[in-house]
Design a binder for this molecule. Structure first.
Ligand SMILES: N[C@@H](CCC(=O)N[C@@H](CS)C(=O)NCC(=O)O)C(=O)O
Length: 210
């Protein structure tokens, strides 16, 4: 399999962190990672559009030559394809809560963070939009408080003591915030401490560039 990706972008980083976490649990997926340089516009060129007509990364090429183009579908596929040491474990309720948390982070934090990054200091050269940026910053406050409250029970990671896809999703958006020099934690010491803890993990050290 081949994963078409680019290091800084949140959605590819989420999948790269996920793969790195599984590999450190002893799962060998043998996925070749190939950079599509989005800054140079390579994701809009015919070669990549033939893989993914939406021109986005990540894109996973399966062994039969077909493609998956949604980061969470790629992760779900890899959970099914390599059923040893999966990140989703436990009862149906445990698994549902883990998925719920990942969706909260991706939709309510990752979305506004990505938009905030592009509205302030876009690596893709999009023009600054200060008013929109303020709206995106405001939109992420309630979900950030939600995470701060979750961490108040002393858990080591966002979903508990085991690494969760939610950790990968959150950290992939935070890397983008670090790249644009934005500190979004404000008075949230537990989230800040989780961030420092997560970044010490071997998977994070292998994948994160910022
Ligand atoms: N829903 C998709 C979103 C993919 C996406 O928008 N990726 C961004 C990078 S984080 C991208 O390729 N942006 C380039 C563009 O839209 O021009 C997923 O979860 O994979």
């Amino acid at each position: 399999m081949k994963l078409y990706m680019v290091p800084l972008a949140p959605n590819p980083t989420k999948v790269m962190l996920y793969i790195a976490e599984r590999e450190r649990l002893g799962v060998s997926m043998q996925i070749e990672q190939i950079v599509v340089n989005t800054v140079k516009g390579r994701h809009r060129e015919p070669k990549h559009l033939a893989r993914n007509p939406f021109g986005t990364v990540p894109t996973l090429e399966l062994d039969d030559g077909s493609h998956l183009v949604e980061s969470l579908a790629i992760i779900d596929y890899l959970e099914d394809k390599f059923p040893q040491h999966t990140l989703y474990t436990g009862t149906p309720e445990d698994r549902a809560k883990a998925r719920d948390l990942e969706r909260i982070i991706d939709l309510r934090i990752g979305g506004p963070m990505g938009a905030y990054g592009h509205a302030t200091k876009s690596p893709l050269g999009r023009p600054p939009q200060p008013e929109k940026a303020a709206e995106y910053l405001q939109a992420m406050q309630t979900p950030l408080n939600y995470l701060e409250n979750l961490l108040a029970d002393g858990r080591g990671l966002l979903g508990g003591e085991r690494v969760n896809v939610a950790d990968c999703t959150m950290q992939s958006s935070l890397q983008f915030m670090r790249f644009i020099d934005a500190d979004v934690f404000a008075e949230r010491p537990l989230l800040r401490a989780w961030d420092e803890r997560y970044r010490q993990r071997p998977a994070a050290r292998a994948v994160l560039k910022w």
